[in-house]
Design a protein. Sequence first.
Length: 77
Amino acid sequence: MSKKDVHVVPHPEGWAVKREGAERASSVHERKVDAEAAGRDLARKDEVELVIHGKDGRIQDSDSYGNDPSPPRDEKH
């Protein structure tokens, strides 16, 4: 089973950290910056992507912490 990406999404109580496909949030935070930090820790631990959404639900940013199948072209390995 592949690991699920971690998303930071708007929540009635602030911001939620959710694994892709999960019904319940892993954690809920008043401030977006706190949710991003928690999501980043979880994504690093699971070596998956962190996807950050805005208040409107649209994706604002993402960071990969795993084996990225399509890394940026400017990186030399």
